[in-house]
Design a protein around this ligand. Structure first.
Ligand SMILES: [Cu+2]
Length: 489
């Protein structure tokens, strides 16, 4: 049955876009091939590795026949995939070739505050920023993106985001699919809207500002709903929700089970069987998909079940477009050899030292302030009653300390809460835990009216003068004040 809503949506889309563009999107969906972002491993000298990055503008033919102005890192649209090993010292030069200020933040990395690439490390047009740190954390799928104050949403939307893969010996011993672009695939999922001329459409409505920008066209690694032809019977997908605001609930159209092996911070202790996984903006999950039986499964986004029975909640979710359904991409496994594959159960040993005492407990109340003046000031979102201020340090943390943070969502919409410089554990949440939430995380989805309790061990980089951020990873909320600052001393 075609719902009235679907018809309404189709009518809306057709009303917004010229017929030619609608047809072009439809054509793209059926014929695009899966693009793997180029790998960039820098220049290695012993235990040192050097990366030269250029933040640049460009254009891309995302919709056939249209050139879309974009931003990218070392390429016209999106960033190249960075890759390095645990224990190496990395040296970055980041050159800003844009006519405006930007930053590059290493999302998920434990590192000194001045190397973090947050709002306190802006790169002026034409300038070069140097960042250096040693990788002191396990193999993981991290990412990097613009974190320019009040401009993160628009800059990421146009393409300033890429993957950052860490390898280590422990993960390499596991015999997981790990050949990039052959049986190990990056999957950056984003949704976008386009204007009639093919340019990206950003923040045209009040709803976009309040709920965050959700687009009607799904891109995977910058390509509209592509087809991935695979040769191997077992593949690993490194899923990143790189959207500005949309929460994806991912599953295959044939409901096939898969194994969740990794989370934001790296591999889980044990793989977990799942048929769906919910990823909020900023979150990653690594999954293994058994394709030994062939087939052409489609990874799709299906609306999540309402967590609250309250009527206004589901109304809010409808308003936010949470009930839209999309195909993300399709896998063609008709050519794989039909040999059984080995699926691992035990992966890595946990590095948690449970004997360490808790030094501090903090509460973060996520709030929305209903005040027209705040709307104009771009600070209608707040944490503990305060909107982001560059000159104010909100929290002071001791280096190496174990802390408990309780995140309370006082609003009617979900917020993915991200903390820089750490990989934490979720020790309690009101709702049900997702399979990847048993691993180390740097971003956690907090549902409306929900509380989530985190255990965090802070790394030992001290710098009383340079703060790290914690914030909502719905980029429009971050840009409008749902962000705070902490220093480690
Ligand atoms: Cu938010």
């Amino acid at each position: 049955m075609v719902s009235r809503r679907r018809l309404l949506q189709a009518a809306l889309l057709t009303a917004l876009l010229p017929a030619s563009l609608v047809q072009a999107v439809a054509r793209a969906q059926s014929r695009n091939t899966f693009q793997v972002p180029p790998l960039y491993t820098g220049r290695k000298e012993g235990k040192d590795r050097y990366f030269d990055l250029q933040v640049q503008s460009g254009s891309a033919e995302i919709i056939p026949g249209y050139q879309t102005p974009t931003l990218g890192i070392n390429q016209p649209f999106l960033g190249v995939t960075l890759r390095a090993n645990r224990g190496e010292r990395l040296y970055f030069t980041v050159e800003n070739r844009l006519p405006k200020e930007t930053t590059l933040h290493w999302h998920g990395m434990k590192l000194p505050a001045r190397a973090d690439g947050g709002p306190h490390q802006p790169i002026a047009p034409g300038a070069v920023w140097n960042s250096e740190f040693t990788i002191q954390q396990p193999a993981a799928t991290l990412w990097y993106h613009s974190h320019q104050l009040h401009q993160t949403g628009v800059q990421v939307y146009h393409g300033l985001a890429g993957l950052f893969l860490i390898d280590d010996e422990e993960s390499q011993r596991l015999n997981l699919p790990s050949t990039y672009g052959i049986d190990d695939f990056p999957v950056i999922i984003q949704d976008r809207d386009f204007n009639r001329d093919g340019t990206l459409q950003y923040l045209t409505t009040m709803r976009d500002r309040m709920m965050g920008k959700r687009g009607g066209t799904i891109l995977v690694n910058g390509v509209v709903s592509p087809l991935l032809k695979v040769e191997k019977p077992l593949i690993r997908l490194r899923l990143l929700n790189g959207a500005n605001a949309r929460i994806y609930r991912l599953e295959f159209d044939d409901h096939r089970p898969f194994k969740v092996i990794g989370s934001d911070g790296g591999l889980l202790e044990q793989s977990r069987d799942a048929r769906s996984v919910i990823l909020a903006p900023g979150e990653r999950a690594e999954i293994l998909v058994d394709l030994s039986a062939g087939g052409v499964p489609i990874l799709r986004h299906r609306p999540h079940n309402q967590r609250s029975p309250q009527r206004e909640m589901s109304m809010m979710q409808r308003m936010m477009g949470e009930q839209d359904q999309f195909d993300i991409f399709q896998i063609d496994a008709t050519g794989v050899e039909s040999k059984p594959v080995a699926l691992p159960t035990y992966l890595v040993k946990s590095s948690v030292d449970r004997s360490l005492p808790v030094q501090a407990e903090r509460t973060m109340n996520l709030q929305m302030m209903m005040n027209p003046a705040r709307f104009l000031m771009r600070d209608q979102f707040a944490i503990n009653g305060k909107s982001m201020k560059m000159s104010r340090i909100d929290e002071v943390v001791n280096a190496g300390a174990v802390e408990i943070w309780k995140i309370n969502n006082h609003t009617m919409m979900p917020h993915p809460f991200h903390i820089h410089n750490v990989q934490f554990q979720i020790i309690k949440r009101d709702g049900q835990r997702e399979p990847h939430e048993f691993g180390f995380k740097d971003t956690v989805l907090v549902h409306p009216k929900e509380s989530v309790i985190l255990r965090i061990q802070f790394p030992k980089h001290r710098d009383p003068h340079t703060p790290y951020m914690y914030h909502c990873h719905i980029l429009e909320h971050e840009d409008q004040g749902m962000m705070g600052q902490f220093v480690v001393v």
